[in-house]
Structures are given as C-alpha cells and as structure tokens.
Design a protein. Structure first.
Lengths: 319, 500
C-alpha cells in the first residue's frame, strides 16, 4: 500500500513539468469560428497542416460557427488553458466584435495569450461592370455626387465586407444605401448582374470575377500590389492612402496558457510561414504574410489593442 | 459537337484512370455511410471528410469530394425512407411517400427507385452541364432579389393550393414555418429577434435540428405510444427490387422530375430546394388518383428523387462557370477547391481543362458508383427494419444526437431537437401536418432576405415586383393558382401535397 502511494506521489510530482516538456502529448484542437471552406478556415487548415508536422501531433480544426465568429471564440476562450485548445482569431472576432456585440463574453485585449499572426487577405474595392468610373478618384466622385442612387452590398452585419465598407464610406464621407445579403456568394451574384453598385471584400472571394471581367476592381487596400492581381493599384497609388485594411487571421490561446507552450506554438507557426510550399499556397490565395517584425505573440497583442481602438468608433458611429 | 465530344473524352480519360475510379468509389462509399447518419447532410459530411482529401492531387481530391457529395445526398434519402427523418431540405418530400412505402414493406422498392431515378437524373444533368453550362449561367443572372422573392411566393402558393385536409391548418403551419425562420440575428440591423435572450439562437434555428425534431423524434414518440402497429410493419418486408409495374409508373415522373430539378438547380440562392417540392406537386396534380399520394405512391419518390439529384448536380453550373457558389454546399466546395489551390470560375475551364472535364466526367462516374454501391446495400438497409423496435429506437436516437452534435459541435442543438420533438408530437396529436411548416421554414429565410433586398433597391416601392417582367410572370402564375383554388368546382379535385 505504502509503495503504491509513493509511486503515485512520484508520478504526480513528475506530471507537472513533464507535461510542459513533452507538449504536445496528444492532438491539439484549433477552433475556427467560421464555417468550413471560408477564407479563415482555409488559412487555418493550411497553417495547421504544417504546424502539425513541427509539433509531432495533429492539429485538428474544429469549426464552431455563429454570431460573426464570437460563438467559437467565446467557447475556445473559456476552455482549459493547457495548450490543447487554441483558436484562429480574426479581424472581426478580435477587432470589431466589442463594438458590434453588446453582450460579448470576452475582451480581445485581455482574455487571450496571443500566439502570432498567420495570414491576412487584403480588401478590394470593387464595383459592377457598368459602373461609370475609370479609377478610384472618379469612383469616389461619383459616389459623392449620387448619394441617393448608389447601392452598396455586404454580407451581413459583422461580416468583413460590412465593416470594411463602413470604414471606406466613413473615410470617403458618404452614407450609401446598404443592401445586406446572407453571404458573399449571393452578394457577388447581384454585383455581377448589376443589381447593386459596389462592395468591399477580401481578395480571395473576388479574384475570379475580376479576372473574368465581370466586375471592376478600383483599388487594393494593402501596402503593395497583389501578385494575384498585378494590374490593380493600391489605395495609396489610387489616392486614398488612409484606407489600408487587411482581413487578418491570427492564432490565440486561452488566457493563462503556459508561456513555454505559447512559445512552442509560436515557433511552429513561424516555421509554417517560412516553409516554401505552405507560403506559396497562402500567397496563391492572394494572402499577405506577416513580415519579420510582425511575427510572434508580443507584436500580435499590441496589434489587437490598436485594432479594437480603430474599429470601435467607426462601427459605433455607423449604428 | 466535335469539341463537345473531344472534351468529354478528355474528361473520361482523366476520370477513368484506376486511381481516380478508386477515389470516386471511396468517396461515394464513405459519403453514403456517413450521410446515412440521421441529420448528417452533405454539408456536414463534406466538412467532416475534407481533411482526408488533403493528401491527393487536386483532380483526385475533387473527384473524391464530388463522390462524397453524391454519397451524402443519397444517404440522406435512405434515412428519409427508412426512418422518416429528412437529413436536409431536399429530402423532406421523399419522407412523405418513401416512408409510407417502407411501412408497407416496400422499402427496397423505394430505395431502388430512388437510386435509379437519381442515376438517370444525374446522367442527364451531367450532359446538360457539359453541353450547356456556359449559356445556362445567363438564366441565373436573370434572377435578382425581386424575381427570387416572387419565385418563393409561387412555391408557397403551390403548397397552400394543393394541401388537402384542412387548408386553414396547412396555412397555419406554413406561417409558423415562416415565423420560425425569422428567429435569429436581423440581417440588416444586427439586432437579435425572437431569441428569448438565448445565445445559441442568435443564428436562428438550424434546419436539421427542426427537421429531426419534428419528424424523427416526434415519430419515435408516436411509435412508442403503440408499439404493436410498428411490429406489424416490420413483419412485412416484401420484395426488394422494383417490379415491372413500379418501373412503368416511374418513367415519366423521373423524366419530369429531372427537367424541373435541373432548371431550378441552376438558380442562385437555393433554387434546388424547390425542385423536389415542385416535382411532387406536378406528379400529384396529373395523377389519375391523387389520393394515393402520401400513402406510398412510388411516383412521389421517383419524381422528387430525380429532381433532387438533378438539382444537386446543376448547382455546379454557377460555381464552375461563374465561380459563384449558389448555396451552402457549393460554398463549401469552393473552399475545398481553394484549399487545393484551384479558385473556381471560368478560367478553370481554359487553364485546367483536364481538371474541369475530369470533374464533369467523374460526376457521371459518381452517379454510377452510387448505383453500384447502393443496390447491393438495399438488402442490408431493409434488414435493419427487422430489428425489434425496442432496440432500434434507442439506436436511432443515439445516431440522431451524434448527427446533430456533429453539425456545429454544439450540445444545445441536441437539446433544441428534443424540444422540437415535443412540438412535433403535439402537432401530430392536434392533426397538423409538419411538412408545410418545413417548407415555410426553408423558404422563409430566403423570402425575407430577398423581400428586404428588393425593397431596399427599389427604395420602398412594392411596384418593383410587378414591373420587372420575370418577377411579374411568376407572381401572375401564383395568382392564377390561387384563383383556381378559389373556384369551387376545381376545388373539389384539389389534391393532397402534404399528408402522412
């Protein structure tokens, strides 16, 4: 009996430190707060695939969609902080959510251990094929001259296409008629057929239509042109440098996750982003990858604070 | 024509390599087995199985995914027929007569006819995509919010006009379905509506949750009330294979179903949902003895199943030719393609012709595989009905719960299903038919969205619905249908769309 207790005690004594050293000892769940197949899900799956190789354990993507991604993030934030549940946060869940959801059960700036930025997809300003403007300046002039006539489509309150266009409209200084859709697909369908005039959305959703010439792209809201659409000028080139938006995706762990585990995840993420085939797949989507100084948890933590501060006044003013 | 044949032979050259045949087979097989779980429709199945395709080259992966899609779709029909649970909106209609056939010991015939009807529709739809995919996208472009709203109105009027029994009760159920569809976050303002402060309702009620509660759980409770009748049902198994008469009765329904389903499948939004309902309505309207419907008429399985599969297939057209996913399943397919480095759209056809035509050829191959896999399985499925009910109902319950949970990894969904089970049981007791409610629910979300979009675009003018020609014609048809219902002599011959 005594022996057993001793054995148990020694096992218990070992368990703590050993757990951290051998992390991960079993598969890690990555909560993606959007439906499978969406832009965030795709980034998560591509990154998770390579991170699994580095960590020696499978990272299992679990899609928990709902309420603009806040359902999944709420659940992940409240799960055990042992490093076996992590999540793919997003511009919406960790930037815009505090302004959009009055009953939000987490604070993006306080309730997480930031792991690192994964990849973002830049925002494009697009319009129907027949839109009477040849460049961004003309487009803005037309919008200002016809505030009652123009219709702007978006994929529902809290969607990337909604909040990025709210920002665009507020910077331009217009309040167009907004037409809500239940997703990017139906919104795009009506943009192609000319029922609505313009919208803002992530490049990955729009590339096909722009290349096929069924819609017009006026500018890309990133620092550099995208290799996927080399002819589309940046907002800076087109004369609207203040509009720079990327729908970013970043990995977070629940608050209190041990530091060495966060570091392990962080370096696995960096390895994935440095891996040539993984990088190529992300770039193919039109994605932008974090530069050297944008890597790691510390930078991400500071970035989230800035994002919340940026979105809150804009979105509250639009209500 | 020559180019068309050349393209098809290129496609079959790709699809018929040993490797791809194998992937297609595995996809269909796994899709069928997972899709047969109650409540696990194509969306959940594809999402679950997406990771296993990561290791393959894009063409192989897409062929496998297409196989999974068809498999899951057909698996849904199997559960509809065997245990009265529609896994997704398009198999609601299959439940009506399919499960009645199963109760009469004709489950094998129903499953067989569903497979054959699906195969025929799949073949026709594949040819349609290959030959006319490009020009057909124009049809989708004709439909703006106003047109879509009018189409939905027509769908609802069909249901009202043709419902037998108490027309008042049918209307009540449709309205209840519409109301249920309004639960959740308002699209335009972001405010929560009718959620009673329950966080899990902020995205509304899931279709699978409602359907499994109202049909599946309620049916189990009803069966438990008088288990004797249930055991009589399973004693009579009958023939496994459709006979000559069954085929004779099904030829034309399958043909009509295919046409209706294929056309509606091309529409954006979720036109394919209307296909089986429209097919059922047509069959019932032209049948000599409409009373057979709802009591195990084989036309009521053959037609809608053909429409279902044709629509499932032609829904690929807007995706492949425009790059715009027309519904949630196709949106998931876009994601799957993107993960494999292919962004769907017109350029796929020119840039990766072997992938494009290979996938089209594999659509047909997938349908063939389904036939090959499912015909031998029918015997097995039917044998399941012989399991004593005291063993079967807990198993169904467990699988239902697993299925619902897996849709969004949410336990509250399971609780909601139990709640709707109680609602469904009360409705049965009060003589309300659940099918009109589901139709109202399915159409309701789209209807509200399209109504508001159309009115926002017209700056509040209702005239937009009649001024736009396509919309005006659709509304006109709806009004004529309604008038027919109001003329007493015609009314006598009113058929039954929704009876159990």
């Amino acid at each position: 009996m005594k022996k057993t207790i001793l054995a148990l005690a020694s096992v218990a004594a070992l368990a703590g430190p050993v757990q951290a050293q051998t992390y991960p000892a079993r598969p890690v769940t990555m909560v993606v707060p959007f439906a499978a197949g969406g832009p965030t899900d795709i980034v998560a799956r591509i990154v998770a695939e390579h991170m699994s190789k580095t960590l020696g354990q499978q990272i299992v993507v679990e899609n928990v969609a709902g309420a603009g991604g806040t359902t999944g993030i709420t659940r992940a934030a409240q799960s055990k902080n042992d490093g076996y549940t992590i999540m793919m946060g997003h511009m919406g869940t960790h930037g815009a959510a505090p302004a959009l959801y009055a009953n939000l059960k987490y604070d993006p700036t306080k309730d997480f251990e930031p792991v690192g930025m994964a990849a973002g997809t830049p925002i494009l300003i697009v319009a129907k094929k027949a839109f009477p403007a040849n460049n961004l300046k003309e487009m803005i002039a037309y919008l200002k001259a016809n505030p009652d006539k123009v219709n702007q489509a978006h994929a529902g309150i809290g969607a990337v296409s909604h909040m990025t266009c709210v920002l665009f409209n507020s910077q331009v200084g217009i309040k167009p008629t907004a037409v809500p859709y239940s997703g990017t697909g139906p919104a795009l369908n009506d943009l192609v057929s000319g029922q609505v005039d313009y919208m803002c959305d992530q490049i990955v959703n729009l590339v096909t239509q722009i290349k096929a010439g069924s819609i017009r792209a006026y500018a890309i809201a990133s620092a550099e042109r995208s290799p996927a659409l080399p002819d589309v000028p940046t907002t800076k080139e087109a004369g609207m440098p203040e509009y720079e938006v990327t729908a970013w995706n970043a990995i977070f762990a629940p608050k209190g996750t041990p530091k060495e585990i966060v570091t392990a995840l962080s370096s696995a993420l960096d390895k994935a982003l440095d891996d040539a085939p993984t990088k190529a797949r992300l770039l193919e989507l039109g994605g932008v990858l974090p530069s050297a100084k944008e890597r790691g948890g510390e930078w991400l933590g500071a970035f989230v604070v800035k994002e919340v501060a940026r979105w809150t006044p804009v979105l509250q003013a639009s209500k | 024509m020559e180019a068309f044949l050349g393209n098809l032979s290129l496609g079959f050259g790709v699809a018929l390599t040993l490797n791809n045949i194998f992937l297609c087979f595995i996809g269909c097989m796994v899709g069928t087995l997972i899709g047969v779980l109650p409540g696990v429709g194509p969306i959940a199945t594809i999402a679950m199985l997406l990771p296993i395709t990561f290791g393959f080259d894009p063409t192989g992966a897409l062929i496998m995914l297409a196989g999974i899609y068809y498999g899951a779709q057909y698996g849904g029909s199997t559960t509809a027929i065997l245990v009265n649970i529609p896994g997704e909106a398009t198999s609601v209609v299959t439940v009506l007569d399919g499960h009645q056939m199963a109760k009469q010991g004709r489950a094998g015939v129903a499953l067989g006819m569903a497979a054959i009807g699906s195969f025929f529709a799949g073949t026709v739809a594949t040819l349609l995509i290959a030959a006319l995919g490009q020009p057909l996208t124009k049809l989708a472009q004709l439909f703006g919010p106003a047109e879509y709203f009018s189409l939905m109105i027509m769908g609802l009027v069909f249901a009202v006009v043709l419902a037998r029994g108490s027309i008042l009760k049918a209307i009540c159920m449709i309205l209840m379905g519409l109301l249920l569809a309004t639960v959740g976050t308002d699209l335009e303002t972001g405010q929560e509506r009718l959620t009673l402060g329950i966080q899990d309702l902020s995205d509304g009620v899931d279709f699978a949750v409602l359907a499994m509660g109202i049909f599946g759980f309620a049916e189990i409770v009803r069966n438990l009330e008088n288990p004797e009748t249930r055991d009589v049902v399973r004693a009579a198994i009958g023939r496994l294979w459709p006979g000559k008469d069954d085929f004779r009765q099904s030829y034309f329904p399958i043909l009509r179903g295919t046409i209706v389903g294929a056309v509606l499948g091309i529409l954006p939004g979720n036109g394919a949902v209307l296909g089986p309902f429209a097919s059922y309505t047509i069959e019932k309207k032209i049948a000599k003895d409409a009373r057979r419907f709802g009591r195990g008429a084989i036309e009521g399985v053959a037609g809608p199943e053909a429409a279902n599969n044709a629509g499932a297939q032609t829904a690929f057209i807007p995706l492949l030719t425009l790059g715009i996913p027309p519904n949630a399943v196709m949106a998931l397919m876009v994601g799957a393609m993107t993960i494999h480095g292919i962004i769907p759209g017109p350029q796929v056809m020119t840039k990766n012709p072997e992938l494009f035509w290979g996938m089209i050829a594999s659509m047909w191959l997938g349908n063939l595989m389904l036939l090959v896999i499912n015909l031998p399985l029918i015997g097995l499925w039917v044998k399941l009905l012989q399991v004593p009910y005291r063993l079967m109902f807990p198993a169904i319950m467990i699988f239902c719960c697993i299925g619902i949970y897996s849709i969004n990894n949410s336990t509250s969904d399971v609780l909601f299903t139990a709640f709707f089970g109680l609602v469904g049981y009360s409705l049965l007791k009060l003589g309300f038919e659940p099918a009109p409610m589901l139709l109202g629910f399915v159409l309701g979300k789209l209807m509200e969205e399209k109504l508001r979009q159309a009115l926002i675009l017209s700056r509040g003018s209702f005239a937009t619905f009649v001024e736009r020609p396509v919309s005006g014609v659709l509304l006109g048809v709806a009004v004529i249908m309604l008038l027919i219902a109001l003329v007493p002599s015609v009314r006598k011959g009113r058929d039954v769309v929704f009876t159990e």
